[in-house]
Design a binder for this molecule. Structure first.
Ligand SMILES: Cc1cc2nc3c(=O)[nH]c(=O)nc-3n(C[C@H](O)[C@H](O)[C@H](O)COP(=O)(O)OP(=O)(O)OC[C@H]3O[C@@H](n4cnc5c(N)ncnc54)[C@H](O)[C@@H]3O)c2cc1C
Ligand code: SF4
Length: 811
């Protein structure tokens, strides 16, 4: 008979438990799932990559609507359970009482808030859920001041995320060095130096006295009198198990809800799991033990035999570029010895703590490749007396001979743990690979290895490489190109965070493997540097694709197409005459009207380009940038000036937009459309930005496409005035310039960052103003007509059509 299972909390622990439970017995339970958050289960660990902009919320959802629907789970999201009535076996919420046969409490933890004056001011957040993350994202506009109280794992991930978005971040930490529970002072020092290099200020031994402000937070005052200005304060000083429901229901509660090895509370019908529980006087704050609990509880609920037995966990920090690993016990002690390796110039530090010829602790900073091997030695209690001298150098040096780079992974026994979060060992991954999981995605789907915090991704890839040999191809999309292992997102973040303002600085500081890059990375770096540092960086023409170097589109016969700009698609007799004259003079074989309402002179010989541009310039025409990763066209309809349906002056708005935006370099081409009414004659709803005028104002849609992909725009906002429509559009384009991946069209970028985030940015008056200011600043440097520069004809001569055509195709 189906039993009623009520679960309070749709977090990491209960999510995993539900998966196991329904694997065992899909029809045995009718599940009602309450969650205080207005959503189902997502990978909470991955909030940090969302904060730093490396992932979107959509990418970290673990259980979507279809998951719950397929399993007929009654989802009560956004509904908190307020009381448990054990006698009547009911849980109470705002919508009434829900009966249960079995109840699971999985309420996680609540962030600890230090009881200082000002803690309730607007702008003080903790770091626990998506709302906190979104608040930090919204506050992290470039130049904004953020203070993070707490230099532990969460605090540092919050600090790095906000710094990556351009905020000026200060970390205040009570203790003498960062992450003192996981790191010794030497490793803590290296971590601090790395963070400071990214522009994050670190104040250790800092006790917060008060948070200052009237309506909202303005500053943080320390006991020593130091004051840090703050637009946002994130308190990340620890967590407390969320036990209120259990306490009120008179269950046994100590620091957490007390459970036995079967996750049963003091009431046999009520179970608990996750961060809210206390087992054997221990609390749990990492997912690895919670997933073990989930497995045990699922078995117990299905009348199986299982017992929870906590195992050691290792710690890693999810901040790109800060490689840190710590495991075991590394405190000093009378019978303990230590082996230390330091390479200050490379920022590498390793410390092993040994007791009775056994490794009991390991701290590593800068090079953590051997972390899992050391961790395995700690867990196994391996006698290290034989290899003590070479132990610190890791598995590659055991036996005195350095072997290949995969040696560390090769040396791991099958039972060695690779994915700490999910407890997946090397043998399970190898088995999955041999069973057909031949890439990272398949291994993840099959075993869950690297699916939680993601820090073991590199290791899983090494197991793939080791098992498959040459047949394993690491997905090229991950890094920009073979010159670096860094992704576009990481490089963009580091260019901003480390204030890298030239191509050599990027390559030097970020460890490029080639001395001067390649045709794939150079155009991307050129764009990122130009977009982020318009005043400091000099555009490098040699790093542009050939069309941009020659200011014209190469055609298949080696001739060029020349497209003069026509503001908003409007021209006049004088311009048409000049175009006709140029067509005659240079013997242009085809004159064609484009889809973007421009006139295209096709088949122009390369040696004629400079003089044709000069002729067109003389008639007041400038380049239409029909070849660029920048603003292409603003297509308009005739609007209210001539059309009887027109609600606003769509042509006039299109011209104003084009005059404001032309000449701005963007990650990929940008096309706009403005229609005077919803009849949409300018086809605005498939443009990167499409404005549809209505009686009440302007509906602005973004992220349309009408090429390889066909996509309708999504509504960004509706505004009343033309001035607002221009402001929103400019801010949107600048946001895309500052955050987009090179060669991602806006619709692809939007999919990654999420429309909500973009809307929050461009509708916030302060953020919008700052975006517009940075856009206009860049335009003052870069808004110029390339035809007026008369591109050097010798460059045209050097250019080889076949090679460059294939390069363009690669775009
Ligand atoms: C930013 C961040 C980064 C992290 N990184 C790592 C990491 O790298 N590695 C690692 O191992 N761990 C990490 N953690 C910790 C990890 O996320 C937690 O250990 C894990 O999420 C705890 O799972 P849980 O199911 O116990 O609680 P949660 O995932 O917090 O879920 C509990 C849910 O219960 C809901 N709830 C509470 N009270 C009620 C109520 N009365 N009624 C209804 N619903 C209720 C809450 O809203 C919440 O959604 C991180 C945590 C954060 C916040
Ligand atoms: S979109 Fe509307 S206003 Fe513009 S031309 Fe078409 S019918 Fe006229």
């Amino acid at each position: 008979m189906t039993q009623r299972l009520v679960i309070i909390g749709a977090g990491m622990a209960s999510g995993r438990m539900i998966e196991h439970l329904l694997d065992y017995a899909p029809d045995a339970w009718h599940i009602t799932l309450f969650n205080a958050e207005p959503r189902g289960n997502y990978n909470r660990l991955m909030l940090s990559p969302v904060l730093s902009g490396e992932k979107t919320y959509e990418e970290i959802v673990t259980h979507d609507d279809a998951f719950y629907a397929d399993r007929r789970i009654d989802c009560r999201f956004g509904e908190s359970v307020t009381r448990i009535d054990r006698e009547a076996k009911l849980v109470h919420s705002a919508n009434g009482a829900t009966p249960y046969d079995k109840l699971v409490i999985a309420t996680g933890s609540a962030p600890f808030i230090i009881p200082v004056a000002g803690k309730d001011l607007a702008g003080v957040v903790s770091y626990r859920d998506l709302e906190d993350t979104n608040a930090m994202i919204a506050a992290s506009r470039p130049g904004a001041k953020a203070v993070v109280i707490g230099g532990g794992l969460l605090g540092l991930e919050a600090a790095a995320g906000m710094a990556a978005r351009g905020a000026d971040v200060t970390v205040i930490h009570l203790m003498g060095h960062l992450m003192e529970r996981q790191l010794d002072p030497a490793a803590g020092y290296l971590l601090q130096k790395d963070l400071e290099r990214r522009g994050i200020r670190v104040h250790c031994k800092g006790a917060t006295k008060a948070i200052l402000g009237t309506d909202k937070v303005e500053a943080v005052l320390l006991e020593d009198g130091t004051v840090y200005g703050a637009d946002l304060v994130c308190m990340a000083v620890g967590i407390r198990p969320e036990t209120r429901l259990a306490t009120d229901a008179h269950l046994e509660v100590n620091r957490g809800v007390v459970v036995d090895a079967q996750m049963t509370t003091s009431d046999p019908s009520i179970f608990a799991l996750g961060e809210c529980v206390e087992f054997d006087r221990q609390l749990f704050g990492l997912v690895a033990p919670l997933y073990d609990q989930a497995k045990v509880l699922a078995a117990v609920l299905n009348d199986g035999v299982a017992a929870f037995c906590p195992v050691q966990t290792a710690t890693k920090l999810k901040v790109t570029g800060c490689d840190l690993f710590s495991a075991g016990d590394f405190a000093d002690g009378p019978d303990r010895e230590e082996i230390v390796f330091r390479d200050p110039s490379r920022g590498i530090y390793k410390r092993l703590v040994i007791e009775d010829d056994r490794l009991i602790g390991a701290v590593m900073y800068g090079d953590t490749a051997d972390g899992n091997w050391f961790f395995q030695q700690i867990k196994d209690g391996t006698d290290i007396s034989e290899n003590r001298e070479t132990l610190i150098f890791g598995p590659a040096f055991q036996g005195g001979v350095q072997s290949d780079p995969l040696a560390a992974v090769a040396a791991l026994p099958p039972e060695a743990e690779i994915c700490g979060c999910n407890g997946i060992c090397k043998g399970q991954i190898v088995e999955a690979i041999n069973g057909g999981a031949t890439d990272l995605g398949k291994v993840r789907a099959c075993t869950k290895a690297s699916a939680s915090c993601g820090t073991c991704t590199g290791l899983v890839e090494q197991v793939l490489a080791l098992t498959l040999g040459d047949a394993f191809a690491k997905p090229a999309a991950q890094s920009i190109c073979a010159c670096t292992d860094l992704t576009h997102e990481e490089v963009r973040r580091l260019i901003k965070g480390q204030e890298l303002k030239s191509m050599p600085a990027v390559m030097q500081e970020l460890g490029w493997k080639t001395s001067c890059g390649c045709p794939t990375c150079r155009p991307a770096l050129n764009f990122y540097l130009l977009a982020d540092w318009p005043l400091d960086y000099q555009d490098d023409r040699q790093s542009r694709f050939v069309n941009e170097r020659l200011h014209a589109n190469i055609q298949k016969d080696g001739t060029f197409s020349v497209v003069p700009r026509m503001w908003g698609g409007v021209t006049n007799a004088a311009e048409l005459r000049a175009i006709a004259d140029a067509a005659d003079k240079y013997d242009v074989p085809m004159v064609k009207v484009t889809g973007g309402q421009r006139i295209d002179l096709l088949g122009v010989k390369k040696e004629d380009l400079p003089s044709m541009w000069a002729d067109l310039n003389a008639a007041g025409l400038v380049s239409g940038h029909a070849y660029s990763k920048g603003l292409r066209t603003v297509k308009t309809c005739v609007g209210s000036e001539f059309c009887r349906f027109g609600t606003q002056d769509s042509t006039g708005l299109g011209i104003k937009l084009e005059k404001r935006l032309w000449g701005s370099w963007t990650p990929h081409k940008v096309k706009l459309g403005v229609s005077g009414c919803p009849r949409n004659c300018a086809e605005a709803t498939c443009k990167d930005v499409g404005i549809v005028c209505v009686d009440s104002g302007y509906q602005i849609g973004v992220g349309g496409a009408a090429g390889m992909d066909l996509k309708e725009t999504e509504r960004l906002v509706a505004v009343e005035t033309e001035a607002e429509a221009i402001e929103i559009t400019v801010a949107f384009v600048q946001l895309y310039r500052e955050n987009g991946k090179y060669l991602d069209r806006p619709y692809k970028w939007l999919k990654k960052v999420g429309l909500d985030w973009v809307r929050d940015q461009v509708t916030d008056p302060e953020i919008r103003a700052a975006l517009i200011e940075r856009f206009d600043l860049s335009q003052r440097v870069y808004q110029k007509d390339p035809w007026a520069e008369r591109a050097a004809p010798e460059e045209a001569r050097r250019f080889h059509p076949v090679a460059t055509l294939s390069q363009e195709a690669a775009e």
